[in-house]
Design a protein around this ligand. Structure first.
Ligand SMILES: *[C@@H]1O[C@H](CO)[C@@H](O)[C@H](O)[C@H]1NC(C)=O
Ligand SMILES: *[C@@H]1O[C@H](CO)[C@@H](O)[C@H](O)[C@H]1NC(C)=O
Ligand SMILES: *[C@@H]1O[C@H](CO)[C@@H](O)[C@H](O)[C@H]1NC(C)=O
Ligand SMILES: *[C@@H]1O[C@H](CO)[C@@H](O)[C@H](O)[C@H]1NC(C)=O
Length: 213
């Protein structure tokens, strides 16, 4: 997480932007850990994620036994292509199905993102002590906000800041492995099948990150 904060400082200091010849990359299938914190320092959630990059499916389950004092218990199954998601409660085998109004999420760079620059965290001159990252920025649809993402040269997400008028969130990804370890996590649990889509109240914007606000 400190690396991510450092990166942000980097961004503030990097005055030059490069010519915009970069196309946003897309990550491969992944399993890893994701931590979500506010810029006030509260850790909102920390847990495992599974991401299917072709199917645009994401499962995130916060883990109460993480070392952080987290404030949210979340189990989310997102289907970005279908525009729906499930809030799952495995304990009482219940779930809520909702429509997604915004597909933004911290594992993939939006197609309309702007390339900002390439920087090296750590040391560029000492073997194995530097990590070269690409920084991308963009604005958030439907709200007065913007984001800044950092990814490795292989397009693995490192961290994303979302800044909105009401809140700012930092998503950090750790311990990424390039496979889906448990494909069942991306399948709708049987107790969620046949669940009606909950109506979205007027003025509500459902998105992955809104679940953490
Ligand atoms: C990613 O995972 C999905 C679901 O398990 C699978 O269908 C797809 O072939 C995988 N893609 C790659 C490139 O491994
Ligand atoms: C939660 O974290 C503990 C300790 O790190 C780990 O053993 C467990 O598998 C995790 N559970 C989930 C659902 O990720
Ligand atoms: C965890 O958070 C709760 C609520 O914010 C607080 O009351 C409690 O003291 C915190 N515990 C630790 C160990 O920080
Ligand atoms: C399941 O538990 C959650 C809180 O833990 C509660 O909000 C929800 O209403 C419960 N659902 C059912 C069907 O009991």
């Amino acid at each position: 997480m400190y690396a991510a904060v450092t990166l942000f400082v980097f961004m503030c200091l990097t005055a030059t932007t490069y010519a915009d010849h970069h196309q946003p990359c897309h990550p491969p299938n992944m399993t890893g850990v994701m931590a979500v914190m506010t810029l006030k320092g509260d850790v909102k959630a920390c847990g495992a994620f599974t991401y299917d990059s072709m199917g645009k499916k994401l499962r995130f389950r916060s883990n109460d036994s993480s070392p952080f004092n987290t404030s949210l218990g979340l189990d989310l199954l997102m289907f970005f292509d279908e525009g729906i998601f499930y809030e799952i409660d495995s304990k009482n085998q219940s779930c809520v199905k909702k429509t997604l109004q915004c597909n933004l999420h911290p594992l993939d760079i939006p197609d309309d993102a702007n390339f900002y620059s390439t920087v090296t965290t750590g040391s560029p001159s000492i073997e194995g002590e530097g990590l070269k990252v690409n920084l991308w920025t963009g604005s958030m649809p439907g709200s007065k906000g913007h984001y800044s993402m950092s990814v490795t040269m292989g397009c693995l997400p490192i961290s994303t800041f979302y800044f909105t008028e009401s809140t700012s969130l930092l998503f950090s990804q750790l311990d990424i492995e390039l496979e889906i370890k448990d494909p069942d996590l991306l399948v709708v649990p049987s107790f969620c099948l046949g669940q009606p889509v909950e109506e979205t109240p007027e003025g509500t914007l459902n998105s992955f990150l809104n679940e953490f606000m």
